[in-house]
Design a protein around this ligand. Structure first.
Ligand code: GDP
Ligand code: GDP
Length: 437
């Protein structure tokens, strides 16, 4: 389980600015894709690659209890109450306010480990600002400027020093032949039905993974001679518990499952297409760089006409993840499962494919010669050579000059070229551009 860190604070202190500074994906290409909702209040901070943590921006702890705002406030409180660490964000320019005092009272009751983050500390007398908040009595105080990214790396260090170090991924990583998969998706798409169907068929060889707790459940199974581990998904929990969990932002569990898996299977409901919530889960899978299979469930309930409509809708809405295979299934009737597992297998094989340096450099040469980068303001970016930089997802490191001028369209061209040449399906491909010889 990844540690959970909650941002708490009154409106306008800069929580979402800080959230973005901490979670901004390294992958600018993904970032700019239409169809991926970026308007999220939860994400994973990877500024220290070895120790990611889940970050939740709790909007309105102090919000009105009534109506929607009340629901948000409850969720925020639940997030903060479960957090391994709370970052209490305040505004260094304005100093303490009545609302800050109110939140402080609430935080004392919640009694979670808390770090006071004095934001907007750019261009002000930081010592005076910190002094103003000294009456809050925090021993752990940090001044940052989220807007200018000042103090953000230090903040991450401070966070990591305070949250438990987790070895969850390592312990789940023990058998290299076992493919770790997570079925993810919003409530009601059919995850439990699918998982029960899979486990029901395989009851004889499925077994609970020892050492998994109530919150982190994994099950091992074999299918067609291949070994899999199903990672903590709502579907593995008993239904009563799932319903409790829904209120408690099951999205955090989803993020953790995505982090631990190698192949994420996102389930959609054929009757509902791709909702904002689906796009948001999809965005989380892309951020994590996981291999991806799309399972379009409830295919059984669709007439021929509806199927045509659904196909058209899906290919439009999922055009930004064209590389992912979409499989039509019915969890209820068990149809399409064989195809589903084949797609999972292909995605995993692609994600873990080892690319040789000679082949990678050759591929770059051909890509370059076939279609050189365009001239930008009188300069032409030069691509010199490339080598593989790891797998899961496959990473290509390109060396050259003026690489910052490479337009996104050219980066997409390179991605598609490599994808085709190395027959990579179902996995993102990451490019890292390095300036110099
Ligand atoms: P939230 O309501 O707490 O999520 O606050 P926002 O992140 O939306 O920020 C509120 C305002 O403060 C915006 O206009 C931001 O541009 C500004 N802001 C956020 N962080 C900083 C900072 O570090 N320095 C300065 N000067 N302004 C900031
Ligand atoms: P979860 O919240 O994602 O775990 O979804 P459930 O597995 O609880 O399913 C939600 C509802 O969809 C239940 O009423 C299921 O019976 C129904 N459902 C699940 N899979 C299918 C399917 O393949 N076809 C149809 N027609 N209904 C399904």
């Amino acid at each position: 389980m990844l540690p959970l860190v909650a941002l708490v604070g009154r409106p306008n202190v800069g929580k979402s600015t800080l959230f973005n500074a901490l979670t901004r994906t390294r992958d600018a290409l993904v970032h700019d894709e239409p169809g991926v909702t970026r308007d999220r209040n939860y994400g994973i901070c990877r500024l220290d690659e070895a120790r990611p943590f889940v970050l939740v921006d709790t909007g309105g702890i102090a919000a009105d209890e009534a109506g929607l705002a009340g629901a948000t406030a409850r969720q925020s409180r639940a997030a903060a109450e479960e957090a391994d660490l709370v970052l209490f964000v305040v505004d260094g320019r304005e100093g303490p306010s009545a609302l800050d005092d109110e939140i402080l009272r609430w935080l004392r009751k919640a009694s979670r480990p808390t770090l006071l983050v004095v934001n907007k500390s750019d261009g002000i007398d930081v010592r005076a600002a910190l002094a103003e908040f000294s009456r809050y009595g925090f021993s752990d105080v940090l001044a940052v400027s989220s807007a200018h990214r000042q103090g953000v790396d230090e903040l991450v260090d401070e966070v990591l020093a305070r949250v438990p170090e987790v070895g969850a991924t390592e312990t789940l990583d023990d058998d290299p032949d076992r493919v770790r998969i997570a079925f993810v998706g919003r409530p009601n798409v059919g995850k439990s039905t699918l998982v029960n169907r899979i486990l029901g068929e395989e009851r004889m060889i499925a077994s609970d993974v020892p050492g998994t707790t109530r919150d982190s459940i994994a099950v091992d199974l074999e299918r067609d001679g291949r070994k899999y581990r199903l990672i903590d998904t709502a579907g593995l929990r008993r239904k009563a518990r799932v319903e409790e969990a829904v209120e408690k932002f099951s999205i955090v569990k989803t993020l953790q499952a995505i982090e631990q898996c190698q192949v994420a299977v996102i389930m959609l409901d054929a009757n509902e297409g791709v909702t904002d919530q689906d796009a948001s889960v999809l965005g989380a899978v892309l951020d994590a760089g996981r291999a991806l299979v799309v399972a379009v469930n409830k295919w059984d309930g669709q007439s021929d006409y509806q199927r045509e409509q659904t196909e058209a809708l899906l290919s439009r809405k999922l055009s930004f993840v064209q590389w992912a295979e979409a499989v039509r299934i019915s969890a209820k009737h068990g149809s399409g499962l064989r195809e589903l597992f084949k797609a999972i297998h292909r995605a995993h094989a692609s994600a873990t494919k080892v690319l040789g340096t000679a082949e990678v450099t050759k591929a770059l040469e051909i890509a370059y010669e076939t279609n050189p980068p365009p001239v930008v303001r009188g300069h032409v970016p030069k691509l010199r050579y490339a080598h593989a930089g790891g797998d899961n997802p496959p990473t290509i490191i390109v060396h050259g000059t003026r690489l910052r001028m490479l337009p996104d369209s050219y980066k997409r061209y390179l991605e598609n070229f490599f994808r085709k040449r190395f027959k990579l399906v179902g996995t993102p491909v990451r490019f890292v551009f390095k300036e110099g010889e």
